[in-house]
Write a protein that binds this ligand. Sequence first.
Ligand SMILES: [Zn+2]
Length: 104
Amino acid sequence: MEEKNLILFALIILYIVIVFLFSRLGKTREIGSRRLFWLSLFLTPVLGLAFFFSSGHRKMKPFTERKYKCERCGYVFSEEYEYCPFCEKEGVKQELSPVKQYMT
Ligand SMILES: [Zn+2]
């Protein structure tokens, strides 16, 4: 590999790393880190920054998360199980029902 190509390759890697680190900021924003990553990668982080600032704080709007609730014992799980693990221990096969829970 030529030295010139090597430098170019290193610059591309550096660019992706910068974009990746920058996109992590998007986690706290409505835009999200994944969308910010792709926007910044193709439109440069400068434009990504503009999107970042124009996007509102995630906390301002209610954000719902999918959870699974056991109707028998009332426990809410973040992962989906076929049956409630607690009730299953008691020998009861209780299916979990999906619920939407507000993030705090
Ligand atoms: Zn249960």
